[in-house]
Design a protein around this ligand. Structure first.
Ligand code: FE
Ligand code: FE
Length: 275
């Protein structure tokens, strides 16, 4: 399961604090061969058709009822085999993010979003390949922005030669709103669908678009957003700082913080929800 970590590390390296614009543009220097190969596959295989198919497969939430805690334990079986001393478990990453949010005095739903945000990575345990679970997300069915990393890899995507999908807005109306736009499939969309009935809208945006770097970091795709999206993206940006920069802080003491999170989760969720 090395690639999952590799992608997160690549994103963190790309947006390292204090990096100049020029250094940022040179993001390939931060990509190891695994990351490069990951994006080659992700950009070649994430077609409009694939996205619609994966959404039909997972977004109806037909895989049974489980509690958030059962899923968090399940996600934790995704372990990085490379270096158990320095790499955080999945739950530790979630708690590091949410604890950083909590330390800054943000509302409870914001802390909750931090704790939930990567639970969708259980898609890997359902047998999905990594290119369908992680990676920066981008709209399908319309032209690819140059703000997406490794845009040259889209040459291998069949959608590239479908003219209906390659105009600026493609199959979408201008400013139709992000809810109508299909993004490349991954852990963001899945956790959004699982939790949308229970968390406030700001948290829904954080969960659904936290990997949409072309938009929340680079301002791309404004032509598909409406005014409401524009306002909500500010919350995604607030959230992103915690996702990126909580790594490298001290390891969370899980036992010490667990009671707070048990309370928090039961404040928003019933015992079991559909996955
Ligand atoms: Fe994530
Ligand atoms: Fe994360």
């Amino acid at each position: 399961m090395k690639q999952l970590e590799d992608w997160d590390d690549f994103v963190a390296a790309r947006y390292r604090e204090g990096k100049s614009e020029e250094e940022f543009r040179n993001y390939k220097a931060d990509a190891n061969p695994t990351v490069t190969e990951f994006y080659r596959q992700n950009h070649a295989y994430q077609t409009f058709e694939l996205v619609v198919e994966k959404k039909a497969q997972y977004c109806g939430l037909t895989r049974g009822k489980k509690s958030i805690w059962e899923m968090a334990d399940y996600l934790n079986t995704l372990v990085d085999d490379s270096d158990p001393d320095t790499d955080l478990t999945q739950i530790e990453h979630l708690l590091q993010t949410s604890e950083a949010i909590r330390n800054d005095g943000h509302p409870r739903w914001f802390v909750l979003a931090g704790f939930l945000h990567d639970l969708g990575k259980v898609l890997c345990l359902y047998g999905e390949p990594q290119w369908a679970v992680v990676g920066d997300t981008f709209p399908v069915g319309c032209a690819y922005s140059e703000e997406i990393v490794f845009p040259e890899f889209f040459a291998a995507n069949p959608d590239r030669s479908n003219r209906a999908y390659q105009s600026k807005c493609g199959v979408y109306e201008p400013n139709c709103g992000l809810d109508k736009v299909h993004l490349s499939f991954g852990h963001d969309e899945y956790i959004f669908q699982v939790t949308r009935a229970y968390v406030p809208e700001e948290a829904q945006y954080m969960l659904r678009y936290h990997s949409f770097y072309p938009a929340h970091k680079h301002g791309a795709y404004k032509h598909l957003m409406n005014e409401h999206d524009g306002r909500m993206m500010e919350w995604v940006q607030k959230f992103n700082a915690y996702d990126l920069y909580s790594k490298g802080r001290e390891r969370p003491n899980i036992q010490a913080v667990l009671p707070y999170y048990q309370d928090l989760v039961s404040e928003f969720f019933p015992e079991k929800i559909d996955w």
